[in-house]
Design a protein around this ligand. Structure first.
Ligand SMILES: [Cu+2]
Length: 213
């Protein structure tokens, strides 16, 4: 009886050991995933409001691009009456490749002057839509929901058009830019979308602060 019960007992303890090992694997994997999520949230970009100052890319302190993430009408009521870029006020470094990614949830199209359907001032005067690797220098003038436009100062003429979202998915606009003159510069949307927003810093206009990079 003693001899019989011992193997059983060993077998049982093996199962317990195996369960413990799997438990440890789950904890380690969960820890790794949590770390990557944390690094992605805090190490890469502006995000949706945690920090308006993107971190330097790369590991040498100056090499890689900086990512700036913005959203338009990213809230439960995506066609809200108050149109808004988030963040609308942000800081970027000079002499650094900036990769902007703007996710537009607004499916309303607003009439614009044709010039604001053309990209100007971005790298190659291009924008990239919905993950495409082929850039476009303009979009159909009737497809635009909002623009990111600078009218005055050293960046006067800078323009990117944000095509309207579909009813089921946002439009993701990506563009690259360098801003090498320091200062604070007002950008604004030139699509007549929402009058109060268009006249309010932090909504359809904002301040881009350029600091020495
Ligand atoms: Cu707008």
């Amino acid at each position: 009886m003693t001899e019989e019960s011992q193997p059983k007992s060993r077998s049982h303890s093996k199962i317990e050991g195996s369960t413990l090992a799997w438990g440890l694997v789950v904890i380690v994997v969960t820890g790794i995933i949590t770390w990557f999520a944390f690094a992605a949230a805090y190490g890469v970009g502006v995000g949706s409001g945690n920090s308006n100052t993107p971190t330097k890319g790369g590991t040498t302190g100056g090499g890689g691009p900086d990512y700036i993430y913005m959203a338009i009408n990213a809230n439960p009521d995506r066609n809200q009456s108050t149109d808004q870029y988030t963040p609308a006020n942000f800081t970027v470094p000079t002499h650094t490749l900036l990769i902007f990614q703007i996710t537009n949830y607004d499916n309303g199209e607003n009439p614009i002057a044709p010039i604001y359907s053309q990209m100007n001032g971005t790298v190659g005067n291009l924008e990239y839509l919905n993950g495409s690797t082929t850039g476009v220098s303009s979009v159909p003038v009737t497809s635009v929901a909002h623009t990111f436009t600078i009218l005055k100062g050293p960046y006067a003429g800078f323009n990117v058009a944000m095509p309207a979202a579909s009813t089921t998915s946002p439009t993701v606009v990506t563009f690259e830019a360098y801003f090498n003159s320091t200062g604070s510069f007002v950008w604004q949307c030139m699509a007549p979308c929402d009058s109060p927003s268009m006249a309010s810093l932090g909504f359809m206009m904002g301040t881009m602060t350029v600091v020495n990079g």
